[in-house]
Design a binder for this molecule. Structure first.
Ligand code: BYC
Length: 470
């Protein structure tokens, strides 16, 4: 077990004290990070005591330590999963060779780009969620939001550590840039599209943590396979934290469904207008939010055909999630059947790995849908929530700007434009959802559009005062 030394300015299990230059570089970056947190992190809750989980060691028992913390005092640190003895590269043309403890010169810029792209999403999500605290549906939810936020901050630290420790001066410059780009900024936006979308209501937050954090899970899993061992170990530990973020999404949407079903039963109707008048989210409206966030998150896998992904795999930099479940780890002879607007094409598997990942991601997304639909079915409604087809509303790749409906049919563009407001939230839908977003901060009380959770955090009751506001 690697334990974390909390006496140090930057908690870590990478023996930071032994490298004074690195320690000084990170200590120089730390106040910039704190200033960014103050300027761009959760607004107006700096003096609140939040019941947060902090990692105190990286093994299964010790990584989650709970206690009341003011967010600016959160101990953001650098934690890597324990090394695997004699680990070998598990895929690509160098399969079986020992993993690298240093960055191979020929892969330096590619690895830096991958780490920067990953790192950029972490502070971006905190910025996107900056104002949500003001409309929290309960203290339980407020605490979960802040837990997600501080951990995204820690994930930024994880990537900044790699940049500082392994990429010299350009790594340090990239670390500064990670604090200089901002979500939705006209001049310096975040790198990936979804991370510039506003997340201004809690329905979007639940969808974001369900769909977008799940992209995080898949990308981190594929980087956890990397032949660059420090990146692999970093991502392995990040995945333990990521699971909670998706839990927030899955149970959040589940609680919205539950509350809607209660209102439907109470009113004896599934008429969206009546349900909205009663202050709940009708199921067709929820479907629109799922369509929006799922399709946006699908873009995060990149182009269907990508020479980047082929090279990353062949060179051992980025594998497939759970690489060991596959039989062929080289893929030089394999091909993939790809659906394009022009018809089906047989393409080299190596070039189609973004699509392979997108497909397995979508399968994972189905899990929550099944659970929510079971609840809907049990309540006697014939409505079913679905995922949009991956060809719907794509802004990258073979299907970019193609008029495809959520079921995957290519339809006349005019019809598509007209119907889009039936498939993703219209301005009116968004205004309605915003009208539901009223702050509820009495311990144990919930906003009327969402059911209480089944249980509280860390065996505490739901009524516990998870955030003490001052
Ligand atoms: N928006 O060859 P292609 C998370 C760029 S989420 C804008 O298809 P490739 C989290 C692409 O970067 C996980 N640009 O790309 C979740 C490339 O540009 P360059 C984040 C896009 O390399 C919630 C160019 O288009 N981690 O952790 O095969 C909260 C050519 O595209 C987009 C990662 O993404 C887009 N949607 O694949 C907090 C892992 N898509 O490089 C956190 C690291 C593509 O030619 N990143 N482009 O200038 C990667 O593995 C890859 O960069 C991508 C793209 C999978 C993103």
């Amino acid at each position: 077990m690697s334990s974390i030394n909390y006496a140090e300015k930057i908690p870590n299990n990478v023996n930071l004290v032994s490298d004074r230059t690195l320690q000084r570089a990170l200590e120089h970056w730390q106040p910039h990070f704190l200033q960014w947190w103050h300027d761009m992190g959760p607004s107006d809750f700096e003096s609140a005591d939040v019941y947060l989980r902090t990692a105190i060691s990286v093994d299964a028992q010790g990584w989650a330590h709970y206690g009341a913390v003011k967010m600016p005092d959160y101990r953001w640190g650098i934690f890597l999963a324990d090394p695997v003895a004699e680990r070998k590269i598990g895929f690509g043309d160098q399969m079986g060779a020992p993993v690298w403890q240093q960055v191979p010169g020929e892969y330096r810029s590619t690895l830096r780009r991958l780490i920067v792209t990953q790192g950029d999403t972490e502070p971006a999500s905190v910025e996107q969620q900056r104002l949500l605290g003001h409309t929290c549906p309960s203290l339980y939810d407020l605490r979960n939001l802040f837990q997600v936020n501080v951990e995204e901050g820690r994930h930024l630290w994880a990537m900044v550590y790699l940049l500082h420790a392994y990429f010299g001066r350009d790594g340090r410059e990239e670390a500064e840039e990670l604090l200089a780009r901002h979500s939705g900024d006209a001049d310096k936006p975040r790198i990936l599209s979804t991370f510039n979308e506003p997340v201004t209501d809690w329905l979007s937050f639940f969808c974001f943590t369900y769909f977008t954090d799940r992209d995080g899970k898949y990308q981190l899993k594929s980087l956890a396979e990397s032949g660059f061992d420090p990146l692999s170990r970093t991502c392995r530990f990040m995945l333990t934290e990521e699971a909670h973020h998706m839990f927030v999404g899955e149970t959040g949407i589940g609680r919205v469904v539950k509350r809607t079903l209660e209102v439907m039963k109470e009113l004896g109707t599934d008429d969206p207008k009546r349900i909205r008048e009663h202050g709940a989210v009708d199921l067709p409206l929820l479907q629109k939010y799922l369509n929006f966030w799922c399709s946006s998150s699908l873009d995060l896998f990149g182009n269907e055909i990508s020479s980047n992904s082929a090279a990353n795999f062949a060179n051992g930099l980025k594998g497939r999630p759970d690489e060991s479940q596959y039989e062929d780890h080289v893929l030089r002879a394999a091909s993939f059947k790809l659906r394009t607007p022009q018809g089906e094409e047989q393409v080299p598997m190596l070039n189609a790995l973004n699509e392979v990942m997108r497909e397995s991601y979508l399968k994972d997304c189905e899990i929550g849908l099944k659970r929510w639909n079971r609840a809907i079915e049990r309540a006697g409604s014939s409505f079913r929530l679905t995922l949009p087809t991956p060809q719907f509303r794509r802004s990258i790749g073979a299907w970019v700007n193609q008029p495809v409906d959520p079921r995957g049919n290519l339809i006349p563009r005019e019809q598509y434009e007209k119907q889009l407001a039936d498939w993703i939230p219209s301005e009116g839908d968004k205004a309605f959802v915003r009208s539901l977003m009223q702050k509820v901060v009495e311990p144990g009380k919930m906003a009327g559009w969402v059911a209480p959770p089944d249980r509280g955090i860390n065996n505490l009751p739901v009524e516990y005062e998870y955030v003490k506001l001052h």
